[in-house]
Design a protein around this ligand. Structure first.
Ligand SMILES: NC(=O)c1ccc[n+]([C@@H]2O[C@H](COP(=O)([O-])OP(=O)(O)OC[C@H]3O[C@@H](n4cnc5c(N)ncnc54)[C@H](O)[C@@H]3O)[C@@H](O)[C@H]2O)c1
Ligand SMILES: O=C(O)[C@H](O)COP(=O)(O)O
Length: 526
């Protein structure tokens, strides 16, 4: 039974779903890094929000971990390259808390416009400072969105409802999408110059870090009010403090900080500054949404292989998974076959699908080919990390879907480009479930690829099979199955035998010395 650790505060719905699906769950929050490292090896899945840091060290200790699920959007607390390298799927729940976070941004915009926290504190202190808190209307003001994805779009929709004009800077926003959203696409400088309110809704990346730098803050309209419910690090906090102190910035509301938890910040107690402790996603509705979603996604993956919202592996629905599984097995074996037979450096891999296979999601098939191919050289390769390792090794990957009639109902063909030329193998599924080799390096050979096998290329001359059988028999090696193919009569033949025992090296050497033998290779398939 798979075992999952929930290491951050999460709606009880998550644990309920795991248990209902037959998965064992431990809920242990507030773990230190060392405590997490000590126990993570026991788990197949780790469910987190933003408090748990799934760092390189944690991942190195996670010897059984297969999936990390983020109940929320931002995955900057998960070292994805390390997870990919370790073959761990990382998934998030990209929409479950979007409305809630957008509403928090709008709430902070109202709070800034009317200085609600300060007015509240003053009133409750018995001061009744009616003249001190003069606000501004939102109607007809310009809201500048930096980032117009899921959350930015919802903020735009709500702001348009408030009769604001909305402009957006987002390099990936198409003019068509901007029109549908009812916003004007602008450059960053135009946004800085025009916006009365600026709200940030981008991830923290190299291109967004300090996007509101001292230089950019200086380009904003005097009195601008700024909201950040996305990620700490998008705004230069020292420059923001200076802008608030000088009065150039009329107000700022931060839900997120460079250092979290932010227990001491120079921004605290600055006039016109509002803060909340990373509450963007904190509503009952959003937390139930993300908890249900993460638990369903992780359970699907652990129980059926279905992949949804993964950041480091192609998606594969729970319905697709059972149909694709035999193909992935076939693909993995074809990859493994070429991986074991091709010794020269692999420069490229082409995966072609024909017949029924051409109707399927090709990405997982390719990932399985690469996993099989590279597993020959590494025990830690799997479908998750194989495409990354291939890219790292500068292996060119191509995928081709054929629409033509074939001899087989369904076919997967793998061609590996090597310095000595292309090497192609192909296979089909018997009864749509059983992987079966159909072609090896241009020669038709039908065989199961499983267990221990012996691959031999020899001159197609009489007497060879008898001599080979004799050599194996004398060494006490039992032949399970025997498959034969040849290019032309009397030319080159290929023999694929399944054998019950490991073939010792001296026996391989003596088979190599049999007259007419060109190549001998012992193969193993999972
Ligand atoms: N405060 C919270 O509790 C909370 C809750 C949910 C999400 N978030 C954060 O909000 C952010 C946005 O979430 P989302 O769901 O809208 O993400 P999203 O991926 O749907 O949208 C992000 C947008 O940013 C744009 N973008 C990327 N680089 C950019 C750049 N250099 N300049 C301008 N735009 C750029 C992208 O094109 C995209 O449209 C994420 O960082 C997420 O982690 C915070
Ligand atoms: O990216 C997110 O989803 C938010 O930052 C929410 O984080 P939280 O789950 O820790 O509240």
């Amino acid at each position: 039974m798979p075992k999952v650790l929930i290491s951050d505060q999460m709606s009880p719905k998550a644990a309920e779903i795991f248990r209902a699906r037959g998965i064992e769950v431990d809920e242990i929050t507030g773990l230190t890094k060392d405590e997490l490292i000590k126990i993570i090896g026991h788990y197949d899945g780790l469910a987190v929000r933003s408090a748990t840091k799934a760092t390189k060290d944690v991942i190195a200790a996670a010897t059984n971990l297969k999936v990390i699920g983020r109940a929320g959007i931002g995955v900057d607390n998960v070292d994805i390259p390390s997870a990919s390298g370790a073959g761990i799927v990382v998934m998030n729940t990209p929409f479950g808390n979007s409305i809630t976070t957008a509403e928090h941004a709008i709430a902070l915009m109202f709070a800034l416009a009317r200085q609600l926290p300060e007015a509240d504190a003053s009133t409750q202190a018995g001061k009744w400072e009616k003249n001190r808190f003069m606000g501004v209307e939102l109607t007809a003001k310009t809201l500048g969105l930096i980032g117009a994805g899921n959350i930015g779009s919802i903020v735009a929709d709500r702001a348009l409802g408030l009769k604001m004009k909305v402009i957006a800077f987002d390099p990936f926003l198409t003019p068509e999408r901007a029109e549908i959203m009812g916003v004007t696409k602008v450059s960053l400088d135009e946004l800085l110059a025009q916006a009365d309110f600026i709200t940030l809704h981008t991830p923290l990346t190299d291109s967004t870090r300090n996007i509101l730098s001292a230089e950019n803050l200086a380009k904003t309209k005097p009195g601008v009010r700024i909201i950040n419910c996305a990620r700490g690090g998008l705004i230069d906090e020292a420059a923001l403090k200076a802008g608030l102190d000088s009065g150039h910035i009329g107000g700022a509301a931060l839900d997120v900080f460079v250092e979290e938890p932010a227990k001491a910040s120079p921004l605290f107690n600055t006039p016109n500054f509002i803060s909340t402790p990373h509450l963007g996603a904190s509503t009952d509705e959003a937390q139930v949404n993300v908890a249900i979603q993460v638990a369903e996604q992780m359970s699907d993956f652990l129980l059926t292989g279905g992949v949804t919202n993964a950041l480091n592996v192609p998606s594969l629905s729970a319905e697709e998974a059972p149909r694709l599984r035999p193909y992935m097995q076939l693909a993995e074996r074809l990859g493994s076959l070429v991986g074991q037979l091709v010794t020269e450096g692999v420069k490229g891999v082409t995966v072609e699908v024909e017949g029924a296979a051409a109707q399927l999601n090709i990405k997982p098939i390719t990932a399985a080919v690469l996993a099989g191919l590279m597993r020959t050289h590494s025990d830690t390769v799997n479908m998750v990390n194989a495409p990354y390792l291939a890219r790292e090794r500068e292996i060119e990957i191509a995928e081709v879907r054929h629409d033509r009639e074939t001899d087989y109902h369904t076919l997967v063909r793998v061609t590996v480009k090597t310095p000595d030329g292309d090497r192609t193998v192909a296979g089909t599924l018997f009864g749509m479930t059983k992987p079966r080799l159909t072609e090896i390096f241009g020669i038709t050979v039908e065989a199961d690829l499983s267990g221990r096998m012996l691959y031999i290329v020899n001159e197609d001359k009489p007497g060879f099979i008898g001599r080979l059988g004799g050599a194996l028999g004398e060494a006490g090696v039992n032949i399970g199955t025997f498959h034969l193919g040849r290019r032309n009569t009397g030319s080159e033949a290929i023999l694929l035998l399944s054998v019950d025992d490991t073939i010792p090296d001296p026996l391989l050497a003596s088979i190599c010395r049999l007259p007419g033998v060109k190549t001998v290779k012992a193969l193993t398939f999972a």
